[in-house]
Design a protein around this ligand. Structure first.
Ligand code: ASP
Length: 414
């Protein structure tokens, strides 16, 4: 029996391998069609399957954002029990994530202004929602929904976030009486996670068909652009790690940055290969404790961080949004960039610490910015490569927070 299981396991390729094969096949078929001038074939017969995949992504994004954000807020509810530690932790998470967004936007703009991001000739170009380019006060009024259902049906992500904040806060405030609601949210979230996993398992089909279509209609140059957008995100990841985590290790906890990264390296490598902050938790805990974090504090900060603290994901979302806006020929104003910082920071609260979750949240940021979600397929094929770096950064941020909060609470063992 075990032998049979082992043989079945051997035969089934893991999802990342399936996606890689789909990516290579998609590029190959796309190049053949491009040189044979058969772009129309891919538009008529391959792209529709990719469209089905993107429709499923769009369908899942509202329930995922709503439930994961309420769930994230409820998990912050435990903060009351831990008092100052909780607030310091959340403040650290929010500040570093906002800085991560700014770093992502700076590098994405440098690349974009240097003409390194392409503008594609898209037949059904990206839709720019004029409402998001309205003045600040109108935007502010617009994020408060007058009708919950219309926010859901229009996929107005900023309104969905506000609804989640209200319900999360309400459930926490209701205490024992809100218990049923809390359990219903957790139960629905568990179900929606399964649906999300199923949709993600269809990625190879989406990647193959969309990659073939993009390459067949845009030519081989698009591949160079993918390398550039990856490079841009990785520069952002490295700069954030070197600047922010070195600085907080040194300034807040009095640690040598080199020692910090040396001790954190086991978790960083594990996160890089597993692409899951949640799966890396046991290793992060060991690293944080080896760096002198208080065990009780790290037991609180690290699981919370793996649910709501995603600096790498924030950088990726900012870089990807600017890249895809450029592909669609949209230039974003400073006001719209500020909206990206706010949306991506909030999105990081809603991103689950599992492989590929940041991509679903990218769909949310794009929707909030009025940019066509279909464009995600341009970078979807290489998402795993983005994910490796962003998870590594996410986990490093959690460890640095555990050490800083231990220090602030006077419990850091150096
Ligand atoms: N994989 C990331 C993590 O676990 C989340 C993401 O996809 O951005 O931290």
């Amino acid at each position: 029996m075990n032998e049979v299981n082992r043989m079945n396991n051997k035969k089934k390729l893991s999802l990342p391998v399936q996606i890689l094969i789909a990516l290579v096949l998609g590029i190959a078929v796309g190049l053949v069609c491009y040189f044979m001038d058969a772009g129309e074939f891919t538009t008529n017969y391959l792209k529709p399957f990719g469209d089905i995949f993107v429709n499923l992504l769009k369908f899942i994004v509202v329930p995922v954002v709503l439930l994961s954000m309420i769930d994230g807020i409820i998990s912050m509810g435990d903060m009351k029990k831990v008092g100052a530690v909780g607030w310091k932790t959340v403040a650290y998470f929010l500040c570093t994530t906002a800085v991560a967004c700014v770093i992502g936007l700076v590098f994405a703009n440098i690349f974009n202004n240097a003409g390194l991001f392409p503008t594609l000739s898209l037949e059904e170009g990206a839709v720019w929602d004029k409402a998001t380019s309205a003045n600040f006060m109108e935007t502010l009024v617009g994020i408060f929904p007058s009708n919950m259902w219309s926010a859901f049906s229009a996929s107005n992500m900023l309104q969905v976030i506000v609804i989640a904040l209200f319900f999360g806060g309400g459930i926490m405030a209701a205490g024992e009486k809100g218990r049923l609601c809390k359990d219903i949210v957790s139960s629905f979230y568990a179900v929606i996670e399964q649906v999300m996993n199923f949709i993600i398992s269809l990625s190879p089909i989406g990647v193959f068909t969309m990659m073939a279509w993009v390459v067949a209609t845009q030519g081989a140059n698009i591949l160079g652009s993918l390398v550039l957008v990856l490079l841009c995100a990785y520069i952002g990841y490295v700069v954030h790690a070197v600047l922010i985590y070195s600085m907080s290790a040194k300034v807040f906890a009095g640690l040598s940055p080199i020692w910090f990264f040396k001790e954190a390296s086991a978790a960083m490598i594990f996160a890089f290969t597993s692409t899951s902050s949640a799966a890396t938790l046991p290793v992060s805990k060991e690293c944080a404790d080896a760096l002198g974090a208080d065990s009780e504090i790290s037991s609180f900060v690290l699981p919370l961080g793996s649910t709501i603290n995603m600096d790498g994901t924030a950088i990726y979302q900012c870089v990807a949004t600017i890249f895809l806006a450029s592909c669609a020929g949209v230039q974003l104003s400073v006001g719209q960039m500020i909206t990206i910082v706010v949306t991506a920071t909030l999105a990081s609260i809603g991103t689950a610490g599992v492989s590929g979750a940041g991509m679903i949240m990218l769909a949310m940021v794009l929707t909030a910015m009025g940019i066509d979600v279909n464009l995600i397929m341009i970078i979807y094929g290489v998402d795993r490569l983005f994910d490796m770096g962003r998870t590594c950064l996410n986990v490093t941020g959690d460890i640095s927070c555990a050490i800083c909060v231990s220090h602030w609470e006077g419990k850091h063992r150096k």
